[in-house]
Design a protein around this ligand. Sequence first.
Ligand SMILES: Cc1ncc(COP(=O)(O)O)c(C=O)c1O
Length: 377
Amino acid sequence: MHLCELTTPALILDRGQLQRNLARMHRHIDALNTPIRPHLKTAKCIDVAELALAGRDRQITVSTVREAEYFFEGGIDDIFYAVGMVPAKVDRLARLQQRGARIRLTVDNVAMARAVSERAEALETCFDVLIEIDCDGHRAGMVPDDPALTTLGQALQDGGGTRLVGVMTHGGESYHCGTTGEIEAMAERERRAVLEAAGSLREAGLPCEVVSVGSTPTARYGQSLEGVTEIRPGVYMFYDLVMAGLGVCAVADIALSVLATVISHRRDKQWIITDAGWTALSRDRGTASQAVDQGYGLVTDLQGRPLDDLIVVSANQEHGIIADRRGGPVDFDRLPVGSCLRILPNHACATASAHTAYRVVDGGEQVLATWQRCAGW
Ligand SMILES: Cc1ncc(COP(=O)(O)O)c(C=O)c1O
């Protein structure tokens, strides 16, 4: 099937580019001798997971219970659910464990550690737990020198439904770095934070065999993973305009796009209107704070070659408005009414989350496969 035969908007994944992105990250991480536990919150797709795990340990990170269930059904049983745990989610994860999965959890406070442990114990299961460490003030987690760290570690050890196995952190502030040198420094900060926390736990006689870090920028530019036992990048599989703006990839490396049809020309306003609004692109404006603001996405031709002057300047629910990024005249003949184009996303996770499937291409305009995504929580 040709791309133009699809109902638009549609999510397009370039398999060849995906494989090049995987290979590049693997080259970098393999040189640092650390196993990868890819985060599948971006892909949410077993076909992508199989490519990402080919020839590697079948261990993954997820961000929803639904993803854990979906990937377990797909044959992956070593799963780290990397969002702070709450008791109401324990039952579904306990069921997975009883069916043979090895589910790892994270918490950052004693109250939740106790509540989760009690629920797990009542269900006659026990979870491996990592303490979440805040390495950069980004969001949740205990700071590495918090004296309460060992109290939390002990609570996990004492709980009948939890077992302390280590520490984890996510260097999310790396998304706001100005240079690759700053990302390198962030990666080192991420590593040192978990090593400090791991050291305190071990000194207190507590176990800490797992030391887990990861974001795509820090994974890409980190120079040392000494002391780290696994790394969890996720968006590196697809990349996006935010990653390109950060210098983590080139625009040409972005494997994900949204196919749209031109539904109208507004020559009076120098606008091209498409059927890809914010439901298809997301409302993410992650590049607004970067040197190059890409609006709601950068327009490419059907082959995925950027038409650098054109961005989606405005998005309604089901309408996208494309214009010259500097407000200049638009070449309407290049994109006639009824023609199709592709739009590169600001944030791959946000854009993909609105779609139920990927239409897979490989550098060209032919649809080679349809890969389903899992949805919901
Ligand atoms: C806990 C955790 N680990 C790893 C990642 C992967 O980071 P990235 O999306 O930069 O690849 C995320 C992303 O949000 C995360 O929340």
